[in-house]
Design a protein around this ligand. Structure first.
Ligand code: NDP
Ligand code: GDR
Length: 337
């Protein structure tokens, strides 16, 4: 029976990956950091199936203990301060976790159990410019946030430990992936949870920043399968995981309103753009400057051809199904409240 240690177990991806590995018969260990309140986040339903080990990516000794205790065949490093907007307010904490945290973990593996296979959660935020074609594994990096810069270090140190010490270290450059378990600060879940609240009469209006930003959005359940596949190959490597389609935030909101049964029209431009409910005449979406970033990644679009060919990875959830699943789930959550 294989053993895996997942950092970031309480997050969106950690929970789907834990489910996948448990299904495959793995013993799953989860790195859990101390909080003021016991809170297992997205794996609350799995607390009897996961073996939790205490630790924090910023604390090297705790990572050494976690590797000693779990003796993993595979480590999936999903832990991060993962909210790009917050990285502008907390650049140093973000760097300590997302960049230095990774070298702490690699060092712990190298010193305690160097035959462990390692997966690093790299990101499309490594790309920042406007490209003529979809980004692939050869597209130059140009991060545009403290988060992206920290993840760039993490990406290269992962590659460096592979080349320097022969670690089986992989990096998945994953484009945005969302789900019913996505944190409510990210734009997709903010949209679906606020729409559900508007329908219930608990909120009047959804306030967003840059409606023209474009993202390549897939479902997290599909993306964690790619992480596992990367560690089952003969050789460690880097792979882009994406859908190959890009859509604006405006389009996401528009499909979500429709999925929730609200008939809206968009009017105006720039900071004056609004969406109006055609039945009530009320403004249900407006732009708020507060949600713009000091530097923005305007467009992200990935080319997953290498992963499809070499890993045999296929995406199962399309864009409309993703939005619908999130809307239905948030409406259900409001019904239960
Ligand atoms: P989440 O924000 O949902 O989860 C982040 C996890 O990291 C949480 O479990 C959190 O634990 C943990 N964590 C944060 N800081 C520390 C720390 N110092 N030590 C240990 N654990 C910590 O992220 P996602 O699941 O969405 O993303 C998983 C990974 O993939 C992240 O590294 C993210 O940057 C990356 N990524 C995500 C993409 C996406 O679209 N979702 C795309 C590309 C990359 P706690 O509960 O204690 O806060
Ligand atoms: P992102 O995700 O920054 O791509 O990082 P997010 O959902 O936060 O933003 C996507 C785009 O939407 C624009 N936007 C808003 N964003 C938020 N959060 N709130 C708003 O009100 C809003 N209005 C417009 C943003 O400006 C941006 O252009 C996610 C994270 O999961 C990272 O950890 C991961 O590495 C990348 O995806 C790939």
């Amino acid at each position: 029976m294989k053993k895996a240690l997942i950092t970031g177990i309480t997050g969106q991806d950690g929970s789907y990956l834990a489910e996948l590995l448990l299904e495959k018969g793995y013993t799953v260990y989860g790195l859990y950091r101390r909080k003021s309140r016991l809170d297992y986040g997205n794996v609350t339903h799995l607390i009897n199936k996961i073996k939790f080990v205490e630790g924090d990516l910023t604390d090297y000794p705790s990572l050494v203990s976690a590797i000693k205790e779990s003796q993993p065949d595979e480590v999936y490093n999903l832990a991060a301060q993962s909210f790009v907007a917050a990285s502008f307010h907390q650049p140093i904490a973000t760097t300590e976790i997302d960049a230095l945290g990774v070298v702490h973990l690699l060092e712990a593996i190298r010193n305690v159990k160097p035959d462990t296979k390692f997966y690093q959660a790299s990101t499309s935020e490594l790309f920042g410019g406007v490209y003529n074609e979809a980004c692939d594994e050869n597209t130059p990096f140009y991060p545009r946030s403290p988060y992206g810069v920290a993840k760039l270090y993490a990406h290269w140190i992962t590659k460096n430990y592979r080349e320097s010490y022969g670690l089986f270290a992989c990096a998945g450059i994953l484009f945005n992936h969302e789900s019913e378990r996505r944190g409510k600060e990210f734009v997709t879940r903010k949209i679906t949870s606020t729409i559900a609240a508007i329908k219930k009469g608990h909120m009047d209006c959804l306030e967003l920043g840059n409606l023209s930003a474009k993202r390549d959005w897939g479902h997290a359940e599909d993306y964690v399968r790619a992480m596992w596949l990367m560690l089952q190959q003969d050789r460690p490597d880097e792979y882009i995981i994406a859908t190959g389609e890009t859509r604006t935030v405006r389009e996401f909101a528009s499909v979500a309103f429709k999925a929730a049964g609200l008939d809206v029209r968009f009017e105006g431009e720039g900071v004056n753009e609004v969406a109006i409910d055609n039945n009530t005449g009320k403004t249900v979406l407006r732009v708020n400057q507060q949600f713009f970033r000091p530097a923005e990644v305007d467009v992200l679009l990935g080319n997953p051809a290498k992963a499809e060919k070499k890993l045999g990875w296929v995406r199962e959830v399309g864009f409309n199904a993703l939005v619908e699943r999130m809307v239905v789930s948030d409406e259900q959550l409001w019904r239960m409240n």
